[in-house]
Design a protein around this ligand. Structure first.
Ligand code: ARG
Length: 506
């Protein structure tokens, strides 16, 4: 499930809030407001007037980054505790700050607090609410840190948590459904295609195993993105570090980061880890679009290989007979936005001078959009496959008809009669041309005598190869579609899945 969002007040609710639910009881909801005059603003001292509402709205990221509330509060608690332990504030002050922040977290969780207007981002919101609760002391929290290291740390924490709790487990579930379907259909034949033309018969399990490999590599890519996010930027301050005696290791450990970023300047400027997550998302969505495209094709009357459950299809408002694979199409279509999200951030980051630039505020929308889209798509496809009905006899008869055994017969000439492959290929090409001209629909419709006219080495054993099962059984190279080889593929994939699950402690 999408993590629970910080609810917007009715008035502040904008286009971004389509997923939020209504506040529990409007009377008990406190709306966090910003400073009302220039002198009260976070940078008050230097300013004599506030931006107009239009300018302010343009600059605000709160409608998007309010989703980081949990990470922002966790980061602030770790920072406050560290300030206390390092003697930069007293331990009583640290305790009061932590109590205030914990109270804010509880109130947001309970839906008792809503983001108001005139607040730029989640960092300002938490700080201004804290000050409203603990008074002037709230102003001490921002000692030795900046919103630049704060936003980088919040985002790193969010990416880590999101990938660990959603994307990695969802990829495991999808792999499991594919493997289960492969296991329960181990003998089912399917035409394999190249150029969308029937190429060679394969096992359905061989086909499913190919997707298992792709999603196993997506798992690796998401894990790499999670690990890239796993370093603390907190305590980098604006870009230069700080003259306070802070302990960055302490906050990193409290927040569960495995390491501290070496350079403060890099830490506030880097968004590679977001791009890593977006690239992993783009590739994963591309894989999802390919299997969904096949489900769309396979569910057509022309193929008839699969029937999707009614709960994963829609009807037509005009044609009563129709059952449309809308959700498979939509997963396929959503690749566009995920690729767009990656391109958007790559373009934002291009040519940006060090360190933080406001452009970087544009990192969160593509990140949230891509990760939400991929997670939703993974869930939809997993459910769709779990409930789909495969028409295995249709698949088998499609694998049998046609000329798909031509390659096996060419190989037969090579192996039995020592014919060079190119020549064997040509002989079989002539056989197919002859059959087509004779209006035969498949090689099985040729007699042994007809075959022998093309080469004397053809015999009854060659005729047996016209049964696609015989051709498949001969494919014993590593990774091949022969039943023993597919069984090995499935075993290796199951072992990989179990290891990945153990690592996630699922
Ligand atoms: N809202 C900003 C963002 O999302 C937070 C960092 C702002 N830092 C600054 N110096 N203006 O990127």
């Amino acid at each position: 499930m999408k993590e629970e969002e910080f609810r917007a007040s009715d008035r502040a609710r904008g286009a971004h809030d389509q997923h939020t639910s209504r506040p529990a009881d409007v009377d008990t909801v406190r709306i966090v407001q910003a400073a009302s005059s220039a002198s009260e603003a976070a940078w008050g001292g230097r300013f004599e007037s506030l931006p107009s509402e239009e300018v302010e709205r343009f600059g605000a990221s709160l409608p998007v980054d309010k989703r980081l509330w949990r990470e922002d509060i966790d980061g602030s608690i770790a920072h406050a505790r560290m300030l206390g332990r390092c003697g930069i504030i007293t331990s009583e002050e640290a305790e009061q700050l932590i109590a205030g922040l914990t109270g804010i977290r509880a109130d947001i969780e309970a839906g008792k607090l809503a983001p108001g207007e005139h607040i730029e981002d989640i960092h300002m919101l938490v700080e201004s609410e804290l000050t409203a609760r603990v008074g002037e002391l709230g102003g001490r929290l921002h000692t030795g840190r900046s919103r630049n290291d704060q936003v980088a740390s919040d985002l790193r924490l969010w990416v880590k948590r999101q990938l660990s709790s959603e994307h990695l487990p969802l990829l495991c579930e999808l792999r499991e459904v594919l493997l289960e379907t492969a296991r329960s259909n181990q003998k089912v034949l399917l035409p394999g295609y190249t150029h969308m033309q029937r190429a060679q018969p394969i096992l359905l399990a061989h086909y499913l195993s190919a997707y298992v490999q792709m999603f196993a590599r997506d798992f690796i890519r998401f894990k790499a993105a999670r690990d890239a996010a796993d370093a603390s930027a907190l305590g980098s301050a604006a870009l230069a570090g700080t003259s306070y005696g802070i302990d960055r290791q302490m906050t990193a450990a409290e927040l569960g980061f495995s390491t501290v970023m070496i350079s403060a300047l890099d830490a506030v400027s880097d968004r590679d880890f977001v791009l890593d997550a977006l690239y992993a998302s783009a590739v994963c969505q591309m894989h999802l679009s390919r299997i969904c495209e096949e489900l769309v094709l396979w569910s057509s009357t022309e193929f008839g290989f699969v029937t999707l459950a009614d709960s994963y299809a829609t009807g037509s408002s005009i044609m009563p007979q129709k059952k449309n694979p809308d959700f498979a199409e939509l997963v396929r279509g959503k690749s566009g936005r995920v690729y767009g999200d990656l391109m958007a951030l790559l373009t934002v980051m291009k040519g940006l001078p060090l360190s933080y630039d406001k452009d970087m505020q544009e990192d969160k929308e593509p990140l949230f959009d891509a990760l939400d889209t991929v997670a939703d798509s993974l869930r939809i496809l997993t459910g769709m496959l779990r409930t789909a009905h495969f028409h295995t006899s249709r698949m088998r008869s499609a694998a049998t008809r046609g000329f798909a055994a031509a390659t096996d017969l060419a190989d037969y000439l090579v192996q039995r009669a020592g014919v060079p492959f190119r020549q064997a290929h040509e002989i079989m090409g002539n056989v197919v041309l002859y059959a087509v001209k004779q209006n035969r629909l498949s090689l099985e419709q040729l007699s042994l005598d007809e075959l022998r006219a093309f080469h004397p080495a053809f015999d009854q054993e060659a005729m047996d190869l016209l049964d696609p099962r015989a051709g498949i059984a001969l494919k014993r190279s590593e990774g091949a579609t022969g039943p023993e080889m597919v069984a090995l593929q499935l075993e290796a994939s199951e072992a990989r899945l179990a290891a990945d699950r153990a690592e996630l402690e699922l």
